[in-house]
Each structure stands twice: as structure tokens, then as C-alpha cells.
Ligand binder design. Structure first.
Ligand code: AMP
Ligand code: MN
Ligand code: MN
Length: 334
């Protein structure tokens, strides 16, 4: 693996200037992609093609089936396919650190210019040029600014993908990062011809029955500490198999403990497809910053939503992490 790149911060104009001559582009987004990752990457792909550019979208790892409705989905190439020939420019979207876009990043020769467009406060600036706006509620917002600077046509397909990225990363316009700018962009996307029900419907009103039953089982097993200020659930492969749900499709289950009255910090501990590795998702509804806990454990994210992968089984990882959260509470939200 090549050493991580480290570059300078760039402006929207500078990123657009790199793309304006339409170099051969490879778009990618972080592993275990959420709606912002897939939505932003598909928006970039289709906008670039609409400008007349040659682009591919290569994604690391499986994609949850809930995103299949997005325009352009069938054009996505699964890594390591699609890496040859190397592009002139790699555009990484919604990835806070280099490991989140491996093995795509390492496959790039030194001549390929790496653009890192993101909104995570923990972003490590692994690109040659880095456009990171932690004020943006979604990477789709940052990308929207780049596409506007480029003069890319806001087709209904591009607009739908950007809208999906914004809707998912803002918790349907409800998380703290949602600002006036978020709604202005959403208004522009509506003017471009998107139909909100065609995004919200597939995302939120089309849950497979097995996943709904699995959700029920997690609700029944939910546990709390600190008089209900800390709540968590656990997801095992066995539970997924029993419910007939693919692991990759069991997303957003951390919303279960996070939605409970009185909960300030919520956690989800889930088995991964790598033995002895547990994925931890953290959410905060109060002042405790979960990104700090995630960063200390090699992950990243935002103050109110962060994650990391830890060594050990769910049972081994759970107690030390819960204890660390309890200590952070005791320290006044450090
Ligand atoms: P998740 O818990 O996976 O829904 O992620 C919550 C937030 O934290 C998202 O913005 C992710 O991009 C970010 N995140 C999750 N896991 C990691 C990780 N291992 N490294 C960096 N950021 C992460
Ligand atoms: Mn994301
Ligand atoms: Mn995002």
C-alpha cells in the first residue's frame, strides 16, 4: 500500500478548475456507503457525463439494496473492477480518511490527482486537493457547489441523487447540521424536477418485512445505563440470518436506541463479515461529542454521529466502549 497522501485545502473554484478540462474521472465513495455516499457519487458521475466527460463510479464493498432506486445505480462498478486504466483524476466523496476508500486509493498511480470532497470534521486531508466543509450537512451539499461552479446541468437524475444524499445525512432535515443553505439547495433540487415521494418512499416506506421484524427484535432487546441516558442494541449475523436479511441491508439500526426518550448517547454494536471485528455506531442527541470517542478508537465522523471498527467480538467490545462513554459523561461530555 502506498503512503497516505497529504495535501492542501482547496476552494470550490480550485476543485472545479481541475475538472473543467474534463480529465478522465474515477468517482468513489466510502465503504459501507450510506445515502450521502452513493447519492453524491451517482450525482457526480451523471453530472460529469452530462458535461461530456468520461467518468466511472467504482465502489468498495457491498451497497445496501435500499439505494437501488437511485438513478444511475446500475452503472456502479464493484471494486476491484473498473480500476484499469487509471484515471487522470480520482474524486473521493464522503470519506473521512484514506482507509475508507481502500483499495481504490492505493490502486491509483502517482500521476492520478486525488480530489477529496467531504464534510467530516475528522477528515485527514488524504487527497492532493481537499475540499472539506464541516458546516455542510451532507457531502451532497459540497458537491452541489462544485457542480454549480462547473456549470453542470442539474438534470432530474443528478438532482434526485443529491436530494437523497441530503435527506439521508440530515435525518430528513432534522439533525443539527441542517441549515438554511441545506433547504435552499433542496428548493433548487425541487425546482429541477425531483419528486420527493420518489426518494422518501423507497428510503422509508418500503422496508422489507424481515428487516421490520428484525427491528422489532432489537427494540425488545434494547438495554440502557445511566438512568436511560445511554442506550444500545446489538446486531449479530445469526439474528440477520433468522430474519432473512442481508447484513448490508440492516442499516440505520442505531436509530432505534437514539429515538428513545431521555437517551443522550446511543450505540449499535454489530458483527461484521470479518471475524473478530465489531462495527460500532454512535449517535449523540446532547452535548457529548461522539466523534471524539470514535477518533480515539481509529474511526471518525461528526459530533452527533460517528463510528469505528474495533477488534473483538460484540461481547468483548461492548463493555469497554460503554465504560468509555460513561466516563465521557462523568467528565462533562469530553
Ligand atoms: P455510521 O455509524 O456508520 O452510520 O457512521 C456515522 C458517521 O461516522 C458517518 O458520517 C460515517 O461516515 C462516520 N464513520 C463511521 N465509521 C467510520 C470510520 N471507521 N472512520 C471514519 N468515519 C466513520
Ligand atoms: Mn457517509
Ligand atoms: Mn455524509
Amino acid at each position: 500500500m502506498t503512503a497516505p497522501r497529504r495535501g492542501e485545502d482547496a476552494t470550490v473554484r480550485e476543485i472545479a478548475d481541475v475538472l473543467r478540462p474534463l480529465p478522465r474521472l474515477l468517482v468513489t465513495a466510502h465503504v459501507n456507503p450510506d445515502g450521502d455516499a452513493v447519492g453524491s457519487a451517482l450525482a457526480a458521475l451523471q453530472a460529469y457525463r452530462a458535461l461530456g466527460g468520461e467518468a466511472r463510479y467504482v465502489q468498495v464493498g457491498p451497497i445496501a439494496r435500499t439505494y437501488r432506486f437511485l438513478p444511475g445505480f446500475d452503472a456502479i462498478v464493484a471494486a476491484p473492477e473498473g480500476l484499469d486504466p487509471p484515471p487522470d483524476v480520482l474524486l473521493s466523496l464522503d470519506a473521512a480518511s484514506a482507509d475508507r476508500v481502500e483499495p481504490v486509493l492505493s490502486a491509483m498511480p502517482a500521476e492520478t490527482e486525488v480530489l477529496n470532497v467531504d464534510h467530516h470534521v475528522s477528515n485527514t486531508r488524504f487527497g492532493d486537493r481537499n475540499l472539506v466543509d464541516p458546516e455542510a450537512a451532507a457531502t451532497a451539499e459540497v458537491l452541489h457547489a462544485v457542480l454549480r461552479e462547473l456549470g453542470a446541468p442539474l438534470t432530474p437524475e443528478v438532482a434526485t441523487c443529491l436530494y437523497a444524499g441530503i435527506v439521508t445525512d440530515t435525518g430528513r432535515f432534522g439533525y443539527p447540521g441542517t441549515g438554511p443553505g441545506t433547504h435552499r439547495i433542496a428548493a433548487e433540487l425541487l425546482e429541477a424536477g425531483i419528486r420527493p415521494e420518489e426518494v422518501h418512499g423507497p428510503l422509508y416506506r418500503s422496508v422489507p418485512i424481515g428487516l421490520l421484524r428484525l427491528t422489532g427484535a432489537l427494540i425488545a432487546a434494547l438495554e440502557t445505563r445511566l438512568d436511560g441516558r445511554l442506550a444500545w442494541v446489538e446486531l449479530t449475523r445469526a439474528a440477520c440470518e433468522e430474519a432473512g436479511v442481508a447484513m448490508k441491508d440492516a442499516a440505520d439500526l442505531v436509530d432505534i436506541p437514539a429515538s428513545v426518550e431521555g437517551v443522550e448517547v446511543a450505540a449499535l454494536f454489530r458483527e461484521t463479515d470479518r471475524p473478530g471485528k465489531t462495527k460500532v455506531s454512535l449517535r449523540s442527541k446532547g452535548t457529548l461529542r461522539v466523534d471524539r470517542i470514535a477518533v480515539r478508537r481509529g474511526g471518525g465522523g461528526h459530533p452527533a454521529a460517528a463510528g469505528f471498527t474495533a477488534d473483538g467480538s460484540v461481547g468483548e467490545v461492548r463493555d469497554p466502549v460503554l465504560r468509555e462513554i460513561e466516563e465521557a459523561f462523568a467528565d462533562g461530555g469530553r
